[in-house]
Design a protein around this ligand. Structure first.
Ligand SMILES: Nc1ncnc2c1ncn2[C@@H]1O[C@H](COP(=O)(O)OP(=O)(O)OP(=O)(O)O)[C@@H](O)[C@H]1O
Ligand SMILES: [Mg+2]
Length: 258
């Protein structure tokens, strides 16, 4: 049997009070299998970032549970929580969130300074990731001197440098053109395949989603559909077509960039 790394149980997040209440998440349940590349799709405002932020413990759910390998994250003590945030989860944002006054290398190394990783090991990890993500040439540049694609690959290296068990990516291709988006997705797909990295990616880009193995579609804070790529028979292009069909039923929101 395959192992569950993450379990989301009847998760609800309501913002505001009474008459101005927004049910951003309204009872979401699903599981993420170790080594899975899972996509979450839904139109703007459907609750995708809220879901990732609950999992990252950036915000507190109103109700429901999030379990990491069977352990409820809201019940973790200070040390466990710090390790969860630092070592278990790596977060990749739509807008890169790089620090402009640090070089690419310094941005990537930042999380290491807060954890006990030796200089030798840090350097080894950095070089391996830089080579894989093709960012060796920009390590000593500042973010303002990089292209969007380079910035996002630097941000990906930063998210991966602590070897997280789960990568959370919120619309990682949102600020990229289609060529850079495809390049980033191919890298994430490779990491998932070769390193068995578990990736949970939120997107409204159908092409980006076609790199996933399984996609959950959410609308109004609820899961309304699930698609699974049919390996090995189904090509990514065929999967993409199926995704477009579901998104059409959702009523737009799809960035058609294939
Ligand atoms: N801090 C907040 N306070 C009040 N309402 C919020 C807050 N954050 C999000 N919302 C509302 O919750 C709903 C879900 O927002 P969320 O950011 O999760 O959507 P999303 O699916 O990520 O959208 P997008 O694709 O535009 O990023 C929206 O209606 C939004 O207006
Ligand atoms: Mg969002």
């Amino acid at each position: 049997m395959k192992d569950n790394i993450l379990q989301i149980d009847s998760l609800k997040k309501y913002y505001g009070k009474a008459d101005s209440e927004t049910k951003a998440l309204d009872g979401i349940s699903f599981q993420v299998i170790q080594g899975e590349f899972l996509g979450i799709m839904g139109s703007s405002g459907s609750g995708k970032s809220t879901l990732l932020n609950c999992i990252a413990t950036v915000i507190k759910p109103t109700q429901g549970r999030i379990l990491l390998k069977g352990k409820e994250i809201s019940k973790m003590n200070g040390r466990e929580l710090a390790s969860y945030r630092g070592n278990v989860i790596g977060y990749l944002f739509q807008n890169f969130e790089l620090l402009d006054n640090l070089t690419g290398r310094e941005n990537i190394m930042l999380p290491l300074s807060m954890h006990n990783v030796s200089e030798k090991e840090s350097e080894e990890r950095l070089l391996k990731l830089a080579s894989y993500l093709e960012i060796e040439q920009v390590l000593d540049k500042f973010p303002t001197q990089m292209s969007g694609g380079q910035k996002q690959r630097i941000a990906a290296a930063r998210a991966l440098i602590l070897k997280p068990e789960i990568v959370l990516a919120d619309e990682p291709t949102g600020a990229l053109d289609s060529k850079n988006a495809r390049q980033l997705m191919a890298k994430l797909e490779g990491l998932n395949r070769d390193e068995r990295s578990t990736i949970l990616m939120v997107t409204h880009d159908s092409n980006a989603a076609s790199y996933c193995q399984r996609i959950l579609f959410i609308q109004d804070g609820k899961i309304f559909h699930e698609l699974r790529r049919d390996y090995p028979e189904e090509t990514r292009e065929q999967f993409y077509e199926r995704i477009l069909n579901v998104m059409a039923r959702l009523g737009g929101g799809s960035n058609n960039v294939l």
